[in-house]
Design a protein around this ligand. Structure first.
Ligand code: 0A1
Ligand code: ZN
Length: 888
């Protein structure tokens, strides 16, 4: 671990310079041992013709590595001839003067068993594995660890065949054998030049599940999934998702897989979701393993999406990689967009869109509105690990989606074709991507490019006037973006606004702009906003319209519609665009919550809103609607969403308002909810497909509502469901409901669940998180008790995310208890974790990022904990950077 000893260095995009030396080939020789793994690396290096010249030292990264031997062109160098720090090894240019090619060979030793940060080479249980993005390779050997150095890797691994019968690396296996002393060796060769962050090694005693895929050109690819013994029966869904992803990328983007072997390994200890290492993806086991009685519908959907994501990186990330880490969104934004498109094609597109926007609003909007705001392409960082953010990933995807809408599906495809043609085998930049899109379509995207550098969510406000005599509708829209850290002044963005005008009953009205020909007039169109304000005059509008703007969430903005209650209820009932139909319901739900909070402040009696309940009831009753859509429409805005809407947020008031609104909906719709609950009760075998998952989702939303009623008809629903459930989705929904309740059935269910799944680490995570997210007043106490549970450990990221993360990010009422104990608990755990795994520690901290939005009491308590963290020494760069930015 590197801890702060002085002010950590800030790395800046503006300071990029190409490497002085490149690596053509690297031969690694790795002799495995838990405490003393020997790593020899022979680099065939070449002077970079594109480098500025002058600085021709050979600088290799190497973090905390001992240098056991060093040879340059076969000559051993003495320590006096080189410079070595804890971060780098420098061979002075003078030693290689006049030579354009040199061979550099180093030998070092590392201790995977002691690696608790899970970057570099580490042990997950008894399995060796690596995580090299972004800077893990420098913890394995001396190397120019930057993405613009692409090399062909040859990797020899030696190990004890009893402990590591399986030894994997990137590419193809080209040799294997046994040494005289009985140790086994294998050699791998990856013909595709790649940056070091895509290197991977796995060695352990793993079970193998195999399949194959025939590519569009008729090549047969072997597909292998490696898991812990005993988990073979949980790989079928992942394998199927992989094959569907491979086919989809051929059909949608014309991209074929390029090696003869594609391997996936599932490991228990992993900081993130998964990693796209060339030909050897490494996954958090949570995103591979599934069977109906252990995985929920959400787990299945995440597995499908993440398998696709990592696979799609083979082209967007690996074949075309990033020049430097500031370009992270180049691979991540585009790959998220591709995985979202894939899931939309596999499932219901509108439902997927609503879910993605919900996630964006929950995670990215707060980022963009708070102290951690940064552009999709950041310009400075201290620790790059802190920039694997919702802004880079999810907002990055929204930018691709806007291009897709502005250029059309065909135009977008022309752009990606050109991008792949031009940059295959290269390390590219955001400018390269935009240039390919612009040139392939003959479009000027220079203003659009601002989305990559300007942080903050634009606010678009709309106002319309109808002139019945002239039959015109005038729509005025204005965009503004509030200042963000380091960016006080903002410029207008180029954005697509997909829109329609509808009558009171949802009838689509023709959209003819002033000056346009009469004729075949569309009822849904894309208008482009580029200036601060625009006026659009629609002609031939026969009746007063309701505008339906930013359909499908066509740009990542906050929209102020200027619509009133009655109009929102009409859109909820009848907008032909499903996204905006959902959106209108959310808008009204938010309006209700804010009103209820206002009433509570002045102690007014609770006022109901039967029209809204009826509107939701009509959605519930509509036979034409997808149950998954209904489930989304019935759910009210989250507490986190409300915090973004108010100043001096009071978590207790928000909680009380949500409970009141939901109870009102539940009592108003009790009969139809009960009927839906009965009607949707599981029939037939479990299938994780979208249709069945949608029915379960609606049924469990009904369960949630009904359980809020103190009503004999509903009291036992959750306990009964818990007992009867034959799949994890229904089990967890029932358990979550019971965990919130004051009933003996609660303890019984938690105990039964534990008893049944205590040996299943992924299911046990669910047991921890369901208790962490309970809204009962004693939740923090329970969480504290659970940290002492024999099954709890701070060493496994999944467990930390389940219990500590579940409480801090998933329990908006108890984490924010007014005494500040929740904040103190989180800060203690962050500091504890910082000593072993700084990346995970830093990923917990953003739970405090909205601190300025809360009422003065909480604000002060949160700030005090952040200050306590910031003042602690030593502190990792990871946690230091986040704490500093949160306090700035
Ligand atoms: N590139 C991976 C995500 C990832 C990033 C960093 C990691 O460790 C520091 C691990 C994984 C992806 O987008 O899937
Ligand atoms: Zn990714």
């Amino acid at each position: 671990m590197t801890y702060r000893t002085e002010q950590p260095r800030t790395i800046r995009l503006a300071e990029y310079s190409p490497p002085a030396w490149l690596v053509d080939e690297v031969a690694l020789d790795i002799v495995l041992h838990p405490d003393r793994t020997r790593v020899t690396a022979r680099l065939s290096m070449r002077r970079n013709p594109a480098a500025a010249g002058g600085a021709d030292d050979i600088v290799l990264d190497g973090r905390g590595l001992p240098l056991l031997a060093l040879k340059v062109d076969g000559r051993a160098l003495s320590p006096g001839e080189i410079t070595k720090t804890d971060e780098t090894l420098t061979v002075p240019g003078g030693l290689v003067a006049g030579r354009d090619r040199v061979s550099v060979e180093t030998e070092t030793e590392i201790a995977p068993a002691a690696n608790t940060a899970l970057e570099g080479l580490y042990l997950s249980k008894t399995c060796y594995c690596t995580q090299c993005e972004a800077h893990g390779f420098r913890k394995i050997t001396f190397y120019p660890d930057r993405p613009d150095v692409l090399a062909v890797f040859r990797t020899r691994i030696t190990g004890d065949p009893a402990k590591t019968p399986v030894m994997l690396s990137n590419g193809n296996k080209v040799g294997e054998g046994t040494l005289p002393d009985g140790r086994a060796w294998v050699e791998w060769h990856d013909p595709f030049p790649k940056p070091a962050y895509l290197f991977a090694l796995v060695a352990g005693d793993l079970a193998l599940v195999e399949d194959s895929f025939t590519t569009m050109s008729g090549r047969e690819v072997a597909l292998q999934i490696y898991v812990e013994h005993g988990n073979e029966d949980r790989t079928a869904y992942a394998m199927d998702a992989l094959k569907r992803s491979m086919r989809w990328d051929e059909e949608a983007y014309g991209r074929e897989y390029d090696l003869d072997l594609f391997m996936i390994v599932a490991v228990s200890d992993f900081n993130m979701g998964a990693m796209e290492n060339k030909g050897l993806n490494i996954f958090n086991a949570k995103y591979i393993l599934a069977k109906p009685d252990t995985a929920t519908d959400l787990d299945y959907a995440l597995i499908e999406g993440i398998i696709a994501h990592e696979y799609f990186h083979n082209w967007t990330g690996n074949r075309v990689t990033c020049r430097d880490w500031f370009q992270l969104c180049l691979k991540e934004g585009l790959t998220v967009f591709r995985d979202q498109q894939f899931s939309a094609d596999m499932r219901s597109a509108p439902v997927k869109r609503i879910e993605d926007v919900r996630a964006l609003r929950a995670r990215q909007f707060p980022e963009d509105a708070g102290p951690l705001a940064h552009p999709v392409r950041p310009e400075a960082y201290i620790e790059i690990n802190n920039f694997y953010t919702a802004t880079v990933y999810e907002k990055g995807s929204e930018l691709c989606r806007m291009l897709h809408l502005l250029l059309g599906a065909e135009g977008f495809r022309k752009g990606t074709d050109l991008y792949f043609d031009r940059h295959d085998g290269e390390a590219a930049t955001v400018e390269d991507f935009i240039a390919a899109m612009a040139e392939a379509n003959g479009r000027d995207l220079s203003q659009f490019a601002r989305w990559y550098s300007q942080a903050g969510t634009p606010v678009v406000s709309a106002a319309g006037t109808y002139d019945a005599d002239a039959r015109t509708y005038t729509l005025d829209v204005r965009q503004t973006t509030r200042p963000t850290p380091g960016q006080p002044a903002k410029s207008p963005m180029h954005m697509p606004m997909r829109m329609g005008l509808v009558g009171e009953d949802g009838t689509p009205l023709p959209l003819r702009l002033q000056g346009e020909e009469q004729g075949d007039t569309p009822t849904d169109r894309v208008l482009e906003l580029t200036g601060e304000s625009h006026r659009f005059v629609f002609e031939g509008v026969d009746r007063r319209p309701i505008p339906s703007l930013f359909r499908g969430f066509s740009a990542p903005v906050r929209l102020e519609t200027g619509l009133g209650e009655a109009e929102d209820l009409k859109l909820l009932a009848a907008d032909p665009d499903p996204f905006n139909r959902w959106e209108a319901g959310q808008r009204h739900g938010r309006r209700r919550l804010l009103a209820l909070m206002g009433e509570a402040l002045v102690q007014k009696p609770f006022s109901g809103d039967p029209d809204f309940c009826e509107g939701l009831g009509a959605v519930l009753a509509d036979e034409a609607l997808d149950p998954a859509f209904k489930a989304l429409a019935l759910q009210m805005p989250t507490a986190h969403a409300i915090v973004q809407e108010v100043t001096d947020a009071d978590p207790d008031a928000i909680f009380a308002a949500r409970q009141a609104l939901q109870a009102e909906i539940a009592s108003h719709l009790k009969a139809p909810l009960l009927a839906a609950y009965e009607r949707l009760s599981g029939a037939g075998d479990y299938s994780p497909d979208a249709a069945d998952a949608g029915r379960r989702s609606l049924r469990n939303v009904a369960l949630h509502y009904l359980s809020l009623l103190d009503d004999p008809d509903c009291r036992d629903l959750a306990a009964d469901q818990f007992r009867a459930a034959d799949n994890m989705t229904d089990t967890m929904a029932a358990l979550a409901t019971l965990t919130n309740m004051e009933t003996p059935a609660r303890e019984e269910a938690l105990a039964a669940f534990y008893d049944r799944f205590k040996d299943d680490e992924l299911v046990l995570d669910k047991w921890f998180s369901v208790q962490a997210t309970s809204w009962r007043p004693d939740a923090l106490q329970q969480v504290q008790t659970l940290t002492g549970h024999p099954a709890f450990t701070m060493r496994v990221p999944n467990r930390v995310y389940a219990l500590i993360g579940g409480f801090a990010s998933g329990n908006p009422v108890r984490f924010h208890g007014s005494d500040g104990a929740g904040y103190r608990f989180l800060a203690d755990r962050v500091l504890m974790l910082d000593k072993t795994n700084p990346m995970v520690a830093a990923r917990l901290l953003p739970a405090l990022s909205a601190w300025k939005r809360y009422e003065p009491g909480r604000r002060a308590l949160m700030k005090a904990e952040l200050e306590r963290i910031a003042a602690t020494e030593p502190l990792s760069k990871d946690v230091y950077e986040i704490a500093q930015r949160l306090l700035a």
